[in-house]
Write a protein of this length. Structure first.
Length: 371
């Protein structure tokens, strides 16, 4: 018998996150070999009158494709999948790979080729801008290891997070989004961090289960040339299968002019990808009450309660600051006391301290009010 939590998740993804309507085409892409949720989604799309299309991908096979791909092959691959994506109204992406480091030994030039020719056109330009989409992970033993828990404990955590009342969270986000739209100056302070920038005129977007599961953030972007100061991130992060830790950036007039980490050489290679990769495309505040610690999975880590992320690369069209890049690398700073604490100021007014919102109108986003 199917786990009722899986059925509930499938119903939420199809009926709420992408809101499938009769006659709509829905691409369901699964990376990995977990089938229960995939089958439940396909059946739910059918019940809604939609047309489900399925893509099954294996990371080990993908690794070999990346390693030996040439430019002509990558362009053809992108052209084929872009044509399919253009025929889709909705996209549900399920990531369930068993080894997060599977692509770590793919040559850097091959990953750049994939990111610039395939990922940028098929996903950043077409899927993100022209479909109703949601992306999620699926629990397995590999994710439990990253979270330092048993598989059963991680599954329980996962379904608490993913089956949260996102409609309630959406209503609670209104006050923060409205405040961000009225704000000019932002200052972020904490251990190794003193950063200032403007978000005037950029706008603010609520994220409450319609794009990512799990969810729980409101994002904007800094005015492109306004960022000055230093930020020290305190969560590990994966990029193309490589783990980076203790990343620190120094900004001058919007540009990352100094970048260090446990792997400074590879960090700077990524930041030199193109003209926009040393500028910031997103500033977001995270507050999912069930996600407390990093697990090197950005769909979870960027939603950590009491966190923020400050993202080099491409800006989202909905909160566009003019920055364009083939990368979009969400890097997370947790400001709860056990991670060193910290403050966020909007126009010189403290709005969050040590991960807790202090303005009365934002109290609905504190953990006790979202669970």
């Amino acid at each position: 018998m199917r786990d009722p939590r899986i059925q509930k998740l499938a119903e939420n993804l199809v009926g709420y996150s992408v809101n499938v309507q009769p006659g709509e085409n829905v691409l369901v892409e699964m990376i990995g070999n977990e089938r229960d949720l995939l089958i439940a989604i396909v059946e739910e799309v059918g019940r809604k009158g939609g047309n489900a299309f399925v893509e099954l991908t294996d990371r080990t096979v993908q690794r070999s494709l990346f390693k030996y791909a040439n430019e002509e092959q990558m362009r053809t691959w992108a052209e084929i999948d872009l044509n399919r994506m253009k025929q889709m109204d909705c996209y549900i992406g399920i990531r369930a790979g068993t080894n997060v480091n599977e692509l770590s030994d793919v040559p850097e030039d091959k990953m750049k080729l994939y990111n610039s020719l395939y990922s940028h056109s098929v996903h950043s330009e077409q899927r993100v801008k022209h479909t109703k989409w949601v992306v999620l992970r699926y629990p397995n033993a590999s994710m439990a290891q990253l979270a330092n828990t048993s598989t059963e404990a991680f599954e329980n955590f996962y379904f608490d997070v993913c089956n949260l009342d996102y409609a309630k969270m959406d209503r609670a986000q209104d006050a923060l989004a409205d405040l961000m739209k009225r704000t000019d100056k932002v200052r972020i302070a904490g251990p190794g961090t003193d950063l200032s920038f403007s978000i005037k005129g950029i706008g603010a977007i609520k994220c409450s289960g319609e794009r990512n599961i799990p969810d729980g953030e409101v994002y904007t972007a800094p005015v492109r040339d306004s960022v000055n100061g230093t930020i020290s991130y305190n969560t590990p992060t994966l990029y193309n299968g490589i783990t980076f830790e203790n990343i620190k950036f120094r900004f001058e007039n919007g540009k990352i002019v100094e970048a260090t980490s446990n792997d400074t050489e590879n960090l700077n290679k990524i930041l030199d990808t193109d003209d926009g990769s040393r500028y910031i495309g997103e500033f977001a505040i995270g507050f999912n009450p069930y996600i407390l610690h990093p697990m090197k999975d950005i769909l979870f880590d960027e939603k950590i309660a009491g966190s923020l992320h400050f993202t080099p690369g491409q800006a989202y069209e909905e909160a566009f600051n003019g920055n364009k890049s083939s990368i979009h690398w969400d890097l997370v700073l947790i400001q709860r006391p056990e991670y060193g604490g910290g403050e966020i100021y909007f126009d010189d007014v403290l709005i969050r301290k040590d991960g807790i919102f202090v303005l009365p109108e934002l109290n609905g986003l504190n953990p006790e009010n979202l669970k």
